[in-house]
Design a protein around this ligand. Structure first.
Ligand code: GDP
Ligand code: IMO
Ligand code: MG
Length: 419
């Protein structure tokens, strides 16, 4: 068997959580392969809303196995809050969630370093989620990090060594902080974690595949936030793309099956960095209002704009997307005109390449289409789609050269149309 991957094609928040939940009945195992609590994946069903940070979005669909893979960075304190809230709402995850021994730990001082580095950058700050993601991956790559498996052996000493180094850096940055209360919560999180099974997830996942089980890998963030291919340096610190599932789970490239690429019918971004189709007018405001575009983690207002096919084509290429999923189509239900960016004009030159320079002055070149002006939120089949919406789908499929298999018309699990 192969691992199917579901990942974001834009700047995150495409609706990954909702669709992983919808697809989970087809799978035996759901696993996260990168990122950490910078993610906020929202699911809605039975009039309940859940936001998952580190726990895979397959946790609500029966007795599926859920795995936090080695590529993930985990904050024990935030994980405890998340797991306890799930338990309170009747979803005990202790028996269904396995954690890789090789996943890295986010320390309280990683969070402080995240804040200190952002403060030092001033106006050119990334606008991170403040969860310590960058400093934790930095320690991983520079071979200083602490992993889940370290909790079991001589942990206090390793913790002391790493935090001493962090404190020196914080001091050199003149960053004022107080560690006591967050450190206390963090160690409570470490104790809480011990009831979960720590595994060699690479062996486990490959064993599932060998035994004919279906595995779904759930991406976090989005392709344009990938540390190599995103709008660097305004990116996250992991490989969010399909290749990241190989290193983040320990599966070989020839074990990848379908790659589900998920995107919004428009585009959003939270934090700093280039966003060529961003709208600073009342249309952008309206998209944000109707789409409730506020960060699930930070509550920050998301920047909004039209769909960007230059960036989307790039993302389809990098990920080897085999099936597309279009989200939040209903948010565009009341627009007279819909626009799609098909090229950029940079220094008077037209191009369909996403530029290297983050400060490039990009003028988007748009194709305009007539809006559908129809409420689609109660539709159950594609036969009900208005003509103009069908045109929009056909146009996107032609441009992206990949079929759109799922269309989402609302946040609820039931507002999902499989074509
Ligand atoms: P993720 O990080 O990719 O899982 O996405 P988020 O949960 O951060 O953001 C997606 C938001 O859109 C959530 O509030 C969802 O409940 C909501 N949502 C998902 N699909 C749809 C849809 O088709 N229509 C509308 N209106 N909202 C949706
Ligand atoms: P999900 O999984 C949207 C953005 C931050 C910032 C940049 C770096 O819910 O789609 P970080 O804290 O990772 O160092 O921040 O990446 N970012 C996200 N934006 N959705 C996310 O996750 C994000 N995770 C990080 O806003 O610009
Ligand atoms: Mg999100």
């Amino acid at each position: 068997m192969k691992v199917d991957i579901l990942l974001g094609l834009q700047w995150g928040d495409e609706g990954k959580g909702k669709i992983v939940d919808v697809l989970t009945p087809n799978y035996d195992v759901v696993t996260r392969f990168q990122g950490g609590p910078n993610a906020g994946h929202t699911l809605e069903f039975n009039n309940q809303k859940y936001v998952l940070r580190s726990v895979p979005s397959g946790i609500f669909q029966g007795e599926k196995v859920n795995i936090i893979g080695n590529g993930v960075v985990l904050d024990p304190a935030l994980f405890k809050v998340e797991a306890e809230a799930l338990s309170k709402s009747g979803h005990d995850i202790t028996k269904r969630l396995l954690i890789s021994k090789k996943a890295h730990l986010i320390l309280p001082t990683h969070r402080l370093l995240d804040a200190a580095y952002e403060a030092a950058k001033g106006d050119s700050k990334v606008g991170t989620t403040g969860k310590g993601i960058g400093p934790t991956y930095t320690d991983k790559i520079s071979r200083n990090g602490l992993r889940i498996g370290d909790i079991l052996v001589n942990f206090e000493k390793k913790y002391e060594e790493l935090t001493t180094r962090h404190k020196q850096i914080l001091q050199s940055l003149n960053f004022e902080y107080s560690l006591e209360s967050i450190e206390k919560e963090w160690f409570e999180g470490i104790e809480y974690l011990k009831q979960f099974k720590f595994i060699d997830s690479e062996y486990e996942i490959n064993r599932y595949l060998k035994n004919g089980k279906n595995v779904l890998a759930e991406g976090a963030q989005g392709t344009m936030l990938d540390v190599d291919f995103g709008s660097y340096p305004f990116v996250t610190s992991s490989n969010t793309i399909s290749a990241g599932a190989c290193t983040g789970l320990g599966i070989a490239p020839n074990k990848i099956g379908d790659v589900f690429g998920i995107f919004k019918a428009y585009c959003t971004r939270v934090g700093s960095g280039p966003f060529p189709t961003e709208l600073h007018d009342e249309i952008g405001e309206k998209i944000g209002r109707l789409g409730h575009e506020f960060g699930a983690v930070t509550g920050r207002k998301r920047r909004c704009g039209w769909i960007d096919l230059v960036a989307l084509k790039y993302a389809v290429m990098i990920n080897g997307v085999t099936k597309l999923i279009m989200m939040k189509s209903d948010v565009l239900d009341t627009f007279e005109t819909i626009k799609a960016c098909v090229a950029y004009r940079i220094n008077g030159q037209e191009t369909t390449h996403f530029p290297f320079e983050t400060d490039a002055d990009i003028e988007p070149i748009y194709v305009e289409m007539k809006g559908w002006n129809t409420d689609m939120t109660k539709m159950q089949s594609e036969n009900e789609f208005p003509k103009e919406f069908k045109n929009y789908i056909n146009f996107l499929e032609k441009e992206l050269e990949v079929p759109i298999q799922i269309v989402s018309v609302g946040p609820d699990r039931d507002q999902t149309i499989v074509r």
